[in-house]
Structure formats: C-alpha cells, structure tokens
Design a protein around this ligand. Structure first.
Ligand code: HEC
Length: 113
C-alpha cells in the first residue's frame, strides 16, 4: 500500500515537471538569456572594441564607415561575418548560428550610430 502511494506521488511530480517545462519553453523566445551584446563581446570585441577596428581603422562599425563601405542592413553585416575582408576572422554557421549572427547585426545597427 505504502509503496503504491509513493509511486503515485512520483508520477504527479513528473507530470508537473513536464507542464512547468513546456510553459517555460513557450516564453523563451522573448527572454533569451544570450543577447547580441554578449555575442558581440564574445566574438567581435577583440578587434572591434567600442565599434572601432584595431586592425583596419578605415573599416570601423560606426555608421559613417559602414555606409561608406556599403553596409546598410543586418543582411549586409551577416554577409561580412560569413565572408569577411582581409584580417578578419570568418564566422561560419557552426561558429555562429544564423540567429546569433542576426542578434549581433542588430546590436551593431542599434549601438554604433
Ligand atoms: C581578428 C580581428 C577581427 C574580428 C575578431 C572581427 N573582425 Fe570585423 N573586421 C576586421 C577587419 C580587419 C576588417 C576590415 C576587413 C576589410 O578590409 O574588408 C573588419 C571589418 C568588419 C566590418 C565592415 C566594417 C566596414 O566599415 O566596412 C564589419 C561589419 C565587421 N567587421 C563585423 C564584425 C563582427 C560582427 C565580428 C564578430 C562576429 C567581427 N567583425 C570580428 C577584424 C575583425
């Protein structure tokens, strides 16, 4: 008898866990813990601190330089990450998912004006 009660309790906890988990899953897109800023700091800041460019000072991430070099949209920026010019690390989709690349591009567009 006692054994059966314990089993039922376990089952209930298990079900609650699944419900809590799926409810949590529903809210993740709006509350992603990893931001574009964090991704930028992890992958880009070594050469682009403060939106500058420590290797090629004519190609900073500031709007004036970006626009001069034909980079207007997040698509343009992702293009550079995938196929950069000389001196910059290339970021393929294994290193940087499309989603993360988009986050970084948005961060750059919103931060370095
Ligand atoms: C190892 C140093 C290095 C790292 C790391 C790096 N970059 Fe660059 N980046 C460069 C260099 C050098 C250039 C200029 C390349 C050229 O001559 O086209 C550049 C150019 C750019 C440009 C074009 C800017 C312009 O005004 O033309 C963008 C946008 C850019 N990087 C974004 C990024 C992003 C986003 C990351 C991180 C995901 C990153 N870079 C990581 C060195 C780096």
């Amino acid at each position: 008898m006692k054994n059966e009660n314990t089993r039922r309790a376990c089952l209930q906890v298990g079900l609650l866990g699944i419900i809590a988990f799926s409810a949590g899953g529903c809210t993740t897109p709006s509350s992603k813990p990893i931001t574009g800023e964090a991704e930028f700091k992890q992958h880009c800041i070594a050469c682009h601190a403060n939106g500058g460019n420590s290797i090629n000072p004519a190609k900073t991430l500031l709007k004036a330089d970006r626009e001069k070099n034909g980079m207007h949209t997040s698509k343009d920026l992702i293009g550079v990450m995938r196929k950069p010019g000389p001196g910059m690390t290339a970021f393929d989709e294994k290193t940087l998912s499309e989603q993360d690349a988009e986050k970084i591009a948005d961060y750059i567009l919103n931060t370095y004006k």
